[in-house]
Write a new protein. Sequence first.
Length: 145
Amino acid sequence: LEKSADFVHLATHAGLNSQDPNKSYLVLGSGRHLVVDDIFELPLGKTRLVTLSACQTEVGERQPGAALSSLAEAFWVAGSPTLVASLWKVDDNATQKEMVEFYSGVRSGKNLAQAMQGAQAKLIADASTAHPFYWAAFTVIGDWR
């Protein structure tokens, strides 16, 4: 991870532990798990956006005494001011389309919220992905500009 990366995009699988969010993880390409303690150590202070393109990365339950409630929150603690994360299990093909449209919107000068809105509108316009299951899982958290 470059110390000055504007965007970090992780397209992977997530392991959610709702009983103990500190045991949640992302699966890396090597099969290794990126656990919460590792996430806390990432140099994300100069990263504008972290996208967690995986299932249920913003899902969690506030546990009394727990340090965090979701994988997305772990990246926020590590220093990222903005995250894109999912609220439920997502469809791989629809997610790929949504992310391509999202980053296309960002590259064209839209702010992050406008880019996500445009990506979601594109999926809504396609009959095969018009149901909210396909487009509504991802949300922009934090600095939406």
